[in-house]
Design a protein around this ligand. Structure first.
Ligand SMILES: NC(=O)c1ccc[n+]([C@@H]2O[C@H](COP(=O)([O-])OP(=O)(O)OC[C@H]3O[C@@H](n4cnc5c(N)ncnc54)[C@H](O)[C@@H]3O)[C@@H](O)[C@H]2O)c1
Length: 320
């Protein structure tokens, strides 16, 4: 594929944070059809409002469980997609409410998509894994061959899905690429229950409440702006020769949670105090990606600076 012009794509989890931006981008780049399969566990119709308004004739949305093999077979039979972006998941914090459910959803959907690929129902799978599969860094920066040592059942399910899909590449030459994004932030990130640090902090300051830091705030993450992630995923989707590969998608810059909260306070002109809570159990302590594989594949890929990305994010939440 030279570009997405004329391509038919399925996005599982397409009504979520990253998936809805991916739908916008695919449609803007000329995809013939984008089919979203989302059970709306955290996904929102509002996330797809722009896509619907601009390109509604090329967007189809199914409120469906992507782990339901029969429903998925019917959808694929009807739309005959060229490629699939697998983003459906239940948030990491759901692990604490429903440990088996948070794990199972990741593995079950991967199995359904792998079997559809084996049956020839589509041609290529771009699977979204997560940096969470690595757990706390044993060595930094963390390359794709860093040991898998998940801290949560969510991450265990992600790691299991990655291992499963790798077997389909080896056994059946399935065309699957696994992308491991690190911590995303940006417009449309869930700011309700199970929110991550950026939307949670913005939401609390908006409501006149003090932001919260769990633990000492010195735990680190590698933050990447959602627009960059989407461009990266789309580049991977178009590239040939990546069958069976795993690729980190991140900034390669290590930032403490305290720094992120302080930057958001500054961006929102908040000068009040910060509340401190005990550290979350099974929280990853240190995370920063080795991005050399991605940069070798896509030299010149420009990343949004953190300060600029946080400003756009805050503006979006305030303007909503
Ligand atoms: N946001 C991040 O920082 C981050 C980091 C690393 C990896 N990822 C991965 O990127 C992908 C997208 O993440 P996100 O942040 O957009 O999450 P999100 O929760 O916003 O989106 C996931 C979507 O999947 C849907 N979903 C859940 N279970 C489903 C099911 N059984 N069938 C169909 N749809 C279902 C949800 O309703 C939601 O819309 C996920 O696979 C996630 O693991 C995200």
């Amino acid at each position: 594929m030279a570009d997405y012009q004329g391509v038919r794509a399925v996005i599982t989890g397409g009504a979520g944070f990253i998936g809805s931006h991916l739908a916008d981008a695919l449609l803007a780049r000329g995809a013939a059809e984008v089919v979203v399969v989302d059970n709306f566990f955290l996904g929102k119709e509002a996330n797809l409002a722009d896509a619907r308004a601009a390109h509604g004739d090329r967007l189809t949305i199914y409120r469906e469980d992507a782990a339901d093999a029969t429903a998925m077979a019917a959808i694929f039979d009807r739309h005959r997609p060229d490629l699939v972006f697998n983003l459906a998941t239940k948030a990491l914090l759901y692990s604490f409410f429903n440990p088996p459910g948070a794990c199972r959803v990741n593995l079950d959907i991967a199995l359904v998509l792998a079997e559809l690929l084996r049956a020839g129902a589509y041609g290529k799978l771009v699977h979204l894994s997560s940096s969470e599969v690595y757990g706390t860094a044993r060595s930094v920066p963390m390359g794709e061959d860093h040991p898998l040592q998940p801290e949560t059942t969510y991450a265990a399910g992600k790691a299991a899905a990655d291992l499963l899909l790798a077997t389909y590449c080896r056994m059946f030459d399935a065309d699957i690429v696994t992308v491991r994004p690190f911590n995303n932030y940006g417009p449309r990130q869930n700011d309700g229950a199970m929110a991550a640090v950026v939307p949670l902090t913005v939401q609390r300051i908006r409501q006149g409440r003090a932001p919260v830091i769990q633990g000492d705030g010195l735990q680190t993450r590698d933050f990447i702006y959602v627009g960059d992630t989407v461009r990266g995923i789309l580049d991977v989707g178009l590239a040939g020769g990546l069958r069976g590969q795993t690729i980190n998608l991140a900034s390669g810059i290590e930032t403490t949670i305290r720094e992120i909260v302080e930057q958001l306070c500054a961006a929102m002109s908040y000068a009040g105090g910060i509340d401190h809570e005990p550290a979350r159990k099974a929280d990853v302590r240190r995370h920063v990606a080795d991005t050399s594989r991605f940069r070798e594949l896509f030299p010149g890929f420009a990343l949004t600076p953190l300060a600029q990305g946080l400003r756009s994010t805050v503006e979006w939440y305030l303007g909503r």
